[in-house]
Design a protein around this ligand. Structure first.
Ligand code: HSE
Length: 434
């Protein structure tokens, strides 16, 4: 039986998940591929001994040993971060190895170098696990939706942030405590600010947009806000307005320009994305021929993400076996068909908003604030004041009709300058029905 040899660099949460999946599914994979997919070496500089079930696999601390091993067909990079991951991936490509990676930070920043080098060398780069954990979203976009112009992408793409918001909403647990649980469960990035500040979601949206539109996008092109400013009070107020707060990635294809943003969003309770809870992710595409597609599943965790890495390994093994390497271009579009496009400035976007101002409870304050909003052509849908204080400040919450982002920014800057406004204003965008 033909054997495909895999070298694994990085034996952390996802690396262990891959090893477990290849181990537990080995007979099924033989039945499905007619090949033996063998983990032929593991490199990890923090691991001195492998678990008993993997004791026959050679362990090294040096990834280059696997890259230089002529018997290894596929290098799997699961160390994360930019360096030394990029150097190892480029060395593997230069050595003629196919590469599989889950490294969304690397691909969303350095993807063009990596994909160009792989195309020159005639090797494959698989990256299913970089977006959506166990959900096979990349394959769906590259192959299942190949006959579509993708009109929009929207989703919950970070399990940690969604887990935190869900437990804060449903159990009223404090942010820091839930974050600790998420870290223990193996969802969070090595630096959890990537999860909380929306950076990990922006990495993933950049990868999806690149494939969906055939346009090179980096995470720096994406306007990004995280969930660290969200307070329990906002979660409670969102509930009163019939919404749940979610960290959403949103992109719309306007033809010559594309929207690209990640921010906390108030999602109406009857919207499908409002019911995506815990570490689950959901990714929605609208294609011009297929219409709407929604994919749902575990977006983080060792075994689900290991399942996605294993799927890439199997795809490459099958292509090696059939002599069909490069059958599907890495980014779905042919490399010479990738086209740059303008990113729509946030200032040009429209939508409804929630503002929470902290104000002195005095006559005329609401009139001043509504006067400023009216000056910028922002129409109020509802206003709530919470509590009553002769001395001190109270929250004043305003929900608007659809307004232009540039007008909202200008109005909030002016409102923040009022003497009666005593703390920074919290602004959350509300998801508008399509
Ligand atoms: N830290 C990521 C998350 C892991 O929480 O979704 C999967 O990319």
């Amino acid at each position: 039986m033909k054997e495909i040899k895999v070298g694994l660099i990085g034996f952390g949460t996802v690396g262990q998940g891959l090893a477990d999946v290849l181990f537990s599914q080995r007979e099924r994979l033989v039945r499905r591929t007619g090949m033996s997919i063998k983990l032929a070496g593991i490199a990890d500089h923090g691991t001195l001994e492998l678990p008993e079930r993997f004791k026959d696999i050679p362990l090294t601390q040096d990834g280059m040993q696997l890259i230089n091993d002529p018997d290894i067909d596929i290098i799997v990079e699961l160390i994360g971060g930019i360096e030394p991951a990029k150097t190892l991936v480029m060395q593997a490509i230069a050595a003629g190895k196919h590469v599989v990676t889950a490294n969304k930070a690397l691909l969303s920043q350095e993807g063009s170098d990596i994909f160009a080098a792989a195309a020159r060398q005639g090797v494959e780069v698989g990256f299913e696990a970089s977006v959506g954990g166990g959900i096979p979203v990349i394959k769906v976009l590259k192959e299942g939706l190949v006959a579509n112009k993708i009109l929009s992408i929207m989703g919950i793409m970070n399990g940690t942030a969604n887990y935190i918001l869900t437990r804060m909403t449903d159990e009223g647990i404090a942010f820091d405590e839930v974050l600790k649980d998420a870290q223990q469960l193996g969802f969070a990035e090595a630096d959890p600010t990537y999860d909380i500040e929306g950076i990990d979601t922006a990495h993933k949206l950049a990868i999806l947009m690149t494939i969906a539109y055939g346009t090179p996008i980096t995470h720096k092109d994406i306007a990004t806000e995280g969930i660290s400013q969200i307070e329990p009070m906002d979660i409670e107020l969102a509930r009163e307005f019939g919404c749940r707060i979610k960290l959403l990635a949103i992109s719309r294809n306007h033809g010559d320009h594309v929207e690209a943003r990640v921010h906390p969003t108030m999602v109406p309770q009857d919207h499908l994305l409002a019911s995506i809870n815990g570490a689950f992710n959901a990714i929605h595409f609208c294609g011009d021929t297929v219409g709407n597609i929604l994919m749902y599943g575990l977006g983080a965790g060792s075994i689900p993400t290991g399942s996605a890495v294993a799927a890439d390994v199997v795809d490459i093994a099958r292509n090696i076996n059939c002599g069909s390497i490069g059958r599907v271009p890495a980014l779905s579009y042919l490399p010479d068909q990738m086209q740059a496009r303008r990113i729509t400035p946030m200032d040009e976007l429209y939508g409804p908003y929630y503002f929470r101002c902290t104000v002195l409870d005095q006559p005329g304050v609401l009139a001043k604030i509504s006067g400023i909003l009216s000056k910028y052509d922002i129409s109020i849908e509802s206003v709530i004041q919470k509590g009553r204080k002769k001395v001190g400040a109270v929250p004043l919450v305003i929900v608007t009709h659809s307004a232009r982002e540039s007008a909202v920014s200008a109005a909030l800057a002016e409102i923040s300058g009022l003497d009666s406004v005593t703390a920074p204003i919290v602004k959350i965008r509300i998801l508008e029905a399509e």
